[in-house]
Design a protein around this ligand. Structure first.
Ligand SMILES: *Cc1c(COP(=O)(O)O)cnc(C)c1O
Length: 222
């Protein structure tokens, strides 16, 4: 099956308000071009060097999302063009994005990554940490060059759908609560990024607004 056909099939299952992020990590630019020609404009990458190479060689109207663990010393390379950093997992990283975005004269949209899985996860905030951060006084003044656009999370790697559904539901409830409490000037806290190739329909059922799909579009990664 071609990428174009797979994209069409996936799009047919998405409600209109749900965004599709095509996770193109590990796949070469030619493959992205095929998806681009099929109308796909948003891509997710998880490594800075790989993203830079692709950014240089592909059309400029692509919206690049960073979805992997981002080292602070690499922030400055992606800040000039990144559309959304979905994987902000520490205050230290937030501070560095603020600094680099200030230098670049941009306001960068970010999602805070929350660890919701039962398994040990290396990266992400605990739910109560996210809450504390977003509701802390003076947040807007401290991070003038950051737009807090929502949350991102990944479920436990398991076949247990009940478990996955519970984790998505927990994240969606946190998101709704914060959306009600966190008020910025533009009301931009609106994105709940959850769901990958194997669990995206479940994620949508639980309230996802953006799904990150890789292997179901591009096939198995090497
Ligand atoms: C790789 C990756 C995906 C895509 O996973 P698939 O199972 O191939 O759809 C989604 N989100 C994140 C954060 C990833 O690292």
């Amino acid at each position: 099956m071609s990428i174009t056909t797979r994209l069409k099939e996936i799009r047919a299952t998405l409600p209109e308000q749900v965004r599709l992020v095509a996770v193109s990590k590990f796949h070469p630019p030619e493959v992205i071009r095929e998806a681009y020609n099929a109308g796909q404009r948003i891509y997710g990458e998880s490594r800075v060097q790989e993203l830079l190479t692709k950014y240089e060689s592909l059309p400029r109207d692509i919206e690049w999302h960073f979805i992997g663990h981002l080292q602070t010393n690499k922030v400055r390379y992606i800040v000039p063009f990144i559309s959304l950093i979905e994987s902000v997992d520490s205050i230290r990283l937030l501070d560095e994005i603020e600094k680099q975005a200030g230098t670049a004269g941009r306001k960068i949209p970010v999602l805070l990554q929350v660890h919701i899985a039962r398994e040990e996860q290396k990266f992400g905030f605990a739910p109560d940490e996210v809450e504390k951060l977003l509701l802390s006084p003076g947040l807007e003044q401290k991070y003038r060059h950051i737009r807090f656009s929502g949350l991102m999370g990944m479920a436990t790697f398991t076949d247990d759908h009940v478990q996955i559904a519970q984790e998505f539901k927990g994240l969606a409830e946190l998101f709704q609560r914060l959306k009600g409490q966190y008020r910025d000037d533009s009301g931009s806290f609106s994105e709940l990024s959850m769901g990958m190739s194997d669990d995206y329909l479940l994620a949508i059922e639980k309230g996802s607004t953006s799904v990150r799909i890789g292997s179901k579009i591009f096939g198995i990664r090497e």
